[in-house]
Design a binder for this molecule. Structure first.
Ligand SMILES: Cc1cc2nc3c(=O)[nH]c(=O)nc-3n(C[C@H](O)[C@H](O)[C@H](O)COP(=O)(O)OP(=O)(O)OC[C@H]3O[C@@H](n4cnc5c(N)ncnc54)[C@H](O)[C@@H]3O)c2cc1C
Length: 488
């Protein structure tokens, strides 16, 4: 529990934007992860800051009293990153959502952390600019969360991930100091002065500081777009087409796969979409100027036709929307594969080498049968990032435990084939047990960096770094677990 003295100090700074009630704290014990479903960690207090001064003041109190602080955006994370596993303060930045400036001449924008991804791109349309990363959670996730997780999504294959677009950050360090990476006055796009601290904070998952302002590089909106859909009778033919498209010198803006489990789930969820009965469907999105889009679309269609049973190419907006529909709903559709089942976010984000995608998809299918738990697979095949939707019976304790073993086997299979447990959703707490294996000796260097910036260990503790063996992932869901104690 928070000492009354601390609660009073927080209230002095934040007024009524400090939440101490049980219901509020319960709300902030969740993100979208299976981990959060299984483990209930309540914060002792929640603060909703709206200025860098407020964030810095809260951090100074936390630092002086060794209280953990967990930054939070929309809580759409799938790895438990914003779950306060050591209690303390949750800092909800989602209400601080100003787009402060669009400097169109210099192709950049300055935003506060709570801006929702889709809102930013909507706002940028009038400048004919956009911020290319495109997560499936676009209508929920915040820019602060995206920077902290180095998020990406459909367009990463051509445009890269969030890190490519972060030119500078305002960060409040654990002791309350405020720094601006990339130069406080700088509006240059290219910049190699000093260590690249911006990149250090991108993907740091809230463990090194609180991101309070983001200087984002923007891109011109492509003038044209088109979609190729290719339908396969054999799963392993689909990744072959992807490699052949690359070999032909074409870089689509998105390459997505739905395997037969995903096709089935979509057709059960929305029969009117009526995807063809197949082992796999590939969707290629191309963008650019109209002539290049037309050429790329036709080339991809020709290449795909060598292996696919059917190919369709369109630049008609309505037809493109129809072709994309199945991919658009697959995350929501997955649970339909099993009446009464629930989709969990665990083992959902492995990333493997391009030439191992087909083998990994087959492996996931085999593991799903071995454990007797259905799984739907789909995702960003163009960069080897596979999403697995594991569907469980939420009322069966035995099955939830088996799901944990299935997820572990999926993670291990990804590592064994030269991949990683997460391509975009982050380590959080859910994948921290694999960090030592995945990172090798660099984990110790990361720990040194963490210790320098966060000597009291208050910044989102329990994330990225492996947990002590007795820490509780996979434990029984607690109805009213006692509020966790912080270290003070
Ligand atoms: C249906 C669905 C689809 C998704 N699709 C994608 C996808 O396509 N691509 C993708 O990359 N992810 C995807 N995600 C995962 C998730 O949406 C992203 O990781 C997202 O960027 C998290 O943003 P958030 O605002 O919800 O952050 P949160 O979940 O609140 O936090 C995520 C992490 O960031 C830290 N953090 C948040 N704000 C700050 C801040 N201001 N300063 C410091 N640290 C901070 C938190 O401590 C936590 O570690 C999806 C999730 C769902 C549920």
């Amino acid at each position: 529990m928070l000492q009354p003295r601390i609660a009073k100090e927080l209230t002095r700074i934040m007024g009524d934007r400090v939440l101490l009630g049980e219901l509020d704290r319960a709300y902030y014990s969740y993100d979208c992860s299976f981990f959060a479903r299984q483990n209930h960690y309540f914060p002792d207090a929640v603060v909703l800051p709206r200025s860098v001064e407020e964030v810095a003041a809260v951090m100074k109190i936390a630092f002086a009293n060794r209280i953990p602080v967990t930054p939070r955006g929309a809580g759409s994370g799938a790895a438990g990153g914003s779950v306060p596993v050591q209690g303390g303060i949750v800092m909800d930045l989602s209400f601080w959502n100003d787009i402060e400036e669009v400097d169109a001449e210099n192709m950049q924008a300055f935003v506060r952390p709570g801006v929702v991804h889709a809102e930013l791109n909507k706002y940028l349309a009038k400048y004919n600019l956009f911020f290319p990363p495109d997560p499936g959670s676009t209508r929920m996730c915040t820019l602060g969360g995206m920077v902290a997780n180095n998020s990406s999504g459909l367009r990463a294959v051509k445009y890269g991930t969030t890190e490519q677009y972060v030119l500078g950050l305002e960060v409040v360090l654990p002791d309350g100091r405020v720094i601006t990476t990339g130069g406080p006055q700088c509006r240059a796009i290219k910049n190699v002065t000093g260590y690249n601290l911006t990149k250090l904070f991108v993907g740091s998952e809230g463990t090194l500081g609180v991101i309070t302002k983001i200087r984002l590089r923007l891109w011109p909106r492509p003038a044209a777009r088109g979609i190729v859909m290719a339908v396969y009778r054999e799963l392993d033919q689909a990744p072959q087409t992807v490699l052949e498209v690359y070999r032909a010198g074409i870089m689509p803006s998105g390459i997505e796969i739905l395997d037969e489990s995903a096709i089935k789930a979509v057709n059960l969820y929305r029969p009117e979409i009526n995807l063809p009965d197949a082992r796999a469907i590939l969707l290629f999105e191309v963008d650019g100027n109209p002539a290049s889009v037309e050429w790329e679309g036709r080339e991809i269609s020709t290449i795909a036709a060598r292996r696919a049973a059917a190919v369709e190419w369109s630049t008609d907006p309505q037809r493109m929307a129809e072709l994309w529909q199945g991919r658009g709903v697959v995350a929501a559709a997955a649970a339909k594969l099993r009446p009464g089942g629930t989709r969990i976010f665990a083992g959902e984000d492995v990333s493997v080498p391009l030439n191992r995608v087909a083998a990994m998809l087959e492996k996931i299918r085999a593991l799903s049968s071995q454990y007797g738990i259905p799984a739907v697979t789909y995702g960003h095949i163009g960069d080897g990032n596979i999403h697995t939707a594991v569907i469980v019976n939420p009322d069966s304790e035995a099955e939830l435990a088996a799901a944990g073993r299935l997820v572990d086997a999926i993670h291990r299979a990804a590592i064994e084939c030269g991949g990683v447990t997460t391509g975009e959703h982050g380590v959080g707490v859910a994948r921290s047990d694999y960090s030592a294996e995945e990172l090798g000796k660099s984990l110790a260097v990361m720990r040194q960096i963490k210790n320098i910036l966060d000597p009291e260990g208050i910044m989102n503790p329990g994330k990225i770094f492996p947990r002590p063996k007795n820490a509780g992932a996979g434990t029984k869901p607690a109805q009213s677990q006692p509020i966790t104690q912080h270290r003070s």
